[in-house]
Design a protein around this ligand. Sequence first.
Ligand code: MTE
Ligand code: LUZ
Ligand code: MOS
Length: 774
Amino acid sequence: PVVGVPEPHESAVGHVTGTALYTDDIAARGDALSAWPVQAPHAHALITGMRFEKALQVPGVVRVLTADDVPGINDAGVKNDEPLFPTEVMYYGHPVCWVLGESQEAARLGAAVVEVDYDPRPSLVTVRDAIEAESFQGPQRLTRRGDADAALASAPHVFEGVTEFSGQEHFYLETMASLAYYDEGGTLYVQAGTQHPSETQEIVAHVLGLSNNEVAVQCIRMGGGFGGKEMQPHGLAAIAAIGTKLTGRPVRLRLNRTQDMTITGKRHGFHVSWSVGFSDEGKILGLKATLTADGGWSLDLSEAVLGRALCHLDNAYWIPDIEALGRISKTNKTSQTAFRGFGGPQGVFVIEDIMGRCAPELGIDPAELRRHNFYVAGQDTPYGQPVRHAERMHEIWDQVLENANFTERSTEIAAFNAAHPHAKRALAVTPIKFGISFNVAAFNQAGALVLVYKDGSVLINHGGTEMGQGLHTKMIQVAATALGVPRSAVRLAPTRTDKVPNTSATAASTGADLNGGAVKNACEQIRDRMAGVAATMLRTSPSDVRFSHGEVTALGQHDSVTFNDVAKEAYLQRVQLSASGYYRTEGLHWDSEAWFGSPFKYFAYGAAATEVEVDGFTGAYRIRRVDIVHDVGDSLSPIIDIGQVEGGFVQGMGWLTLEDLRWDSSDGPGRGRLLTQAASTYKLPSFSEMPEEFNVTLYDRAHEDGVVYGSKAVGEPPLMLAFSAREALRQAAASFGPAGATRELASPATPENVFWALQQAAARGVDMPNDAAT
Ligand code: MTE
Ligand code: LUZ
Ligand code: MOS
């Protein structure tokens, strides 16, 4: 089999040499017009007038697109709450109209002189303000099991707190891009960086008043999506498409970095209030919480994100009695959206924060406290899903402690800390359990189209998109394995809605599970037909034919023919050599009203142990070492999977420790403006923040029944392993003070926030670095 073989990414050479093309590279080769937005300088305002005379006098400006130009429906959201051309500005930077120019520069200059009159309105720019004003959108959801009030009333240890954290900018290297044009037959073609080509197609069609078969969307690859291109490319693609419809010319739309950051949605920040009860032994007895997501100006995917947050509040822990209310605030900000983990990280944040804060109060080592509360076989999640393979969590935990030399190093760290008043180290370990499947049941299906040509070469199409995660590499491996041909015999064609229709977003980490199932299904149809042909060539029965590495053999015989010969013979015998494949995930059920069922096919498990060292004078820190054990089932492609684990961890670490989204909440003229609009003010992880030692181990003998070749999804879960870094920083900061104190740590755990945490710890007693210095 070709699955399981360490293969480099199919575009690795193209990525590093610059020959791999992205949407705007294609656009740049042609004579397309460029679109440029006019962005409103108010968090909330009514638009009372617009004048374009000056813009139209700018050389190279072709026209201005407004609501009057929309042939179909002026809405870009699947919830019908996102006017593409608004009459009411809902956030600072909201595009109110778009200028088309012969060049990007012409369009930019034209946009700068469009005159817009605004009538400013009161705005809400923090989730706290929205809660106070009771500004919510969408339904509220409740996870409930048992009687949380009673559990808290009788618990020997009860703690209360508020946990607040901010969102995260996707900062995919390739910003949003699309290119629209007509083909000779009148099909409107849109090339776009989109994780969800079928939905881009649908939105473009309804904005233009077309049916889906008049629009085709292609995505060759993305320079990162991370959830940011699951929903938000649609409206931008529709702008390009309207421009094409009106001018008859190709139209190119590419946001620059600051436009991308100020127009498109981010990870949801949350405000969470909670109370938790523990037994004397440190078992969680009950939890009550209210989670409020900062939704921004429209719903987008917020309901599903909130749902996943509620379904990951337990992380890996048994919580017998629980009552958790989830709601979505409506604020005057970008519309927050999917981001790797899709609400899961936000739910997990809450329980890991609780563990980290309560462990010292209970006088229990945090690693012990966590382990002590793990699910065991036979227990269900609060929403009713059996935690199958709960024992894996325990095994993975033991393995990561062993790989990390946890006990020995903890002793060394204690000795180091005793000897160093101005520097403290800490080693923390955290688990992850993550549910795999879309929490919207209908999305758990996929299609593929596999073509075998007369010469035996293979071309596959599937509905998933490539955003760097290696899905195409895995699909090539699946097809080669299913057809029994070498990897080199298989090529893959770009994702297009006119090849495979009605696809789901490549999201929820399900890309390989779903599309792999569909590709395998198509290959098996073809292989079964070819087995019939080979049987005539080898004079055996079809059930005795075997395909392997391009050779076709019969059980118990020495004779063989090549796959290529069988393909040619199949053609001559008029046997079909192409097939469309289909897959849907079986066994899911979910009642979204009762908030109960089994929404996930399985859980992915992992654990990470991270060591940090914090400087007592500045709060600056280093990540000294990370050890991870992560469960990907039987890996389809180990290099890809290890890369996903590493990348996910680092992206999570960025969110939790560096990336500090700031919005202007003053009452000045910049109210609601995103202050961190570029890499200069938004600190991403870079080489200097990489763990000095980084060991990733894939959990062994991990076959998962009922998934393609026993594999498990990998894309999102490892992001949440980064909680180990946050917890290590919490512990290191606390080590500057006496044992047993509460350990609060603001988010993100930037050097600044770590500094305040260690000052607070030190203020409780001994060894204050600043005192020592004076
Ligand atoms: N890896 C890279 N390199 N680039 C990405 O944009 N997106 C992540 C993850 N890994 C992403 C990535 C997200 S949010 C998801 S849901 C999955 O990949 C989607 O791909 P998959 O389902 O094929 O794993
Ligand atoms: N559910 C989910 C979703 O779990 N992950 C997703 O990415 C998603 N996207 C759309 C709707 N539901
Ligand atoms: Mo990933 S957030 O499901 O695109």
